[in-house]
Design a protein around this ligand. Sequence first.
Ligand code: G6Q
Length: 553
Amino acid sequence: MEQSAGTGGQGVVESYFSCDFNMMTAWTKLGELARAPYDLTAPGALSPARIRSYRAQAAGIDLLYATQRVDEPVLAALQRLAEQSGAVAQFLLMKRGEVLNRIEGYASEERPVLHTACRDIFAPVSLAPEVSAQAKAELEKLADFLAALEAGAIVNVAGEPFTDLVQVGIGGSDLGPRALYLALAAYKIPGRRVHFISNVDPDDAAAILNGLDLARTLVNVVSKSGSTLETLTNEELVRQAYAEAGLEPSRHFLAVTGKGSPMDNPARYLRSFYMFDSIGGRYSVTSMVGAVLLGFGLGYPQLLEILRGANAMDLAAEEPDIRRNPALLLALLGIWNHNFLGCETLAILPYSQALVRFTAHLQQCDMESSGKSVTRQGKPLAWKSGPIIWGEPGTNGQHAFYQLIHQGTIIVPVEFIGFRASQYGRDLLIEQTTSQEKLVANLLAQALALATGQANENPNRSFAGNRPSAVLMADRLTPYTMGALLALYEAKVVFQGFIWNINSFDQEGVQLGKKLAGRLLDHLAARREGQDGAAEAEDDPGLALLAEVSKKV
Ligand code: G6Q
């Protein structure tokens, strides 16, 4: 596949769309280079000059990659891989609204992929003007609503302002929005709080509802499809709590859903906001799915800052030179470690307590996008798609699972995320260093220790080294930086999918379990109603399992 990046057009998309990863000359080259990857343990291998030059920057985020097992020939081959797969050309086509969510020749979602249009609103010329205009209209609706709350024009039945908001949603309607809210809690409007109910476990809802003054609480029900079992169940549960408290739900409940979905019924809600078909759940944080709660909790100006940061990174992701495009470079380094050096997992370890749920969001964004076994032509993949993504904030992780990362028998590449300054700026000098300095020093020490290792005559105290990591570093975790970081990872996932030639935008793999759960629930409902069907199908393994787990010990 010899196409140059940045050309665009339908002919080009067709050829990139069916571009097999292992047919590219860059694949062959990288395979050769992987036989003797850069040795980070060699004397002088991690020189100050290397550390200075292996650094890419965009939208206030630095990517330091000197501690990866790459050298100039590997970087040149990765650049070639980006070009031969048309990674940036496909990214631009995605932003322009090309139908990229599809499997050729088979029934599939057949949709454009336009989460970037939610923040393209700042660009002088939007690449997808229609969807950007729709996104802008929803944002303006939200701005009016938030201003009315602020001005006391929308209040509860007793004339009091709303102080709390509960987001009811799951998967993409929960993980990203929750991760961002927690990340930016330092910027909250005083007196406002946001809570989340996602699991169909009744205890999830009960624990949240128990601590709330419902009269002063808004409930934001978020479901693109408007038909998700967990969300609809939890909505009913919360409505019931309002009814029991003698409160009218339509004065408290908001909806974020797709136009025409079963939830698209404005009469039931105080306000209805919309998201669009072309925005997938796990890519929906910057749509109304995240915007409503972030606007309520942090205020509209901070929400715009998040969008601005995301937009800046989306623009940086259009850069064809991999050394100037952190999202693309991170994607390629991931492919180098996973497909060529054989690493099965990736740990994302933020040195920021505020990012406590960010890895969980990235786990969904990445694993739901890249957990695929067929190409975009429906053929079995002859190469590995996505790795397992996991992680927890450091330094806590250092006292938990880092032992395996340093001395275990598998190699776990790491992406560290850190900040030069804390969010609150409330810190103390203890033994001449601040806590923030201690945090960052620990992050850097881990990257160094993993890379260089340390020989010891005691084998149990020996560190083999050559364990790759990358460091993402920004000044401070602000709304702008958070938006940029979010967009960086979204673009990384999308780039990897383009290179692996998989559809990163559907999630058929979640359907079978949902269907089987539905059958078991039908059976339980029929049994409760005393219907005959409940006793049938003796040889059904699902019913046999149900019978077994229902037996008390
Ligand atoms: C994400 C997935 C999935 C989705 C949830 C909730 O990309 O599509 O996690 O977000 O299943 O779906 P609804 O928003 O339709 O309730």
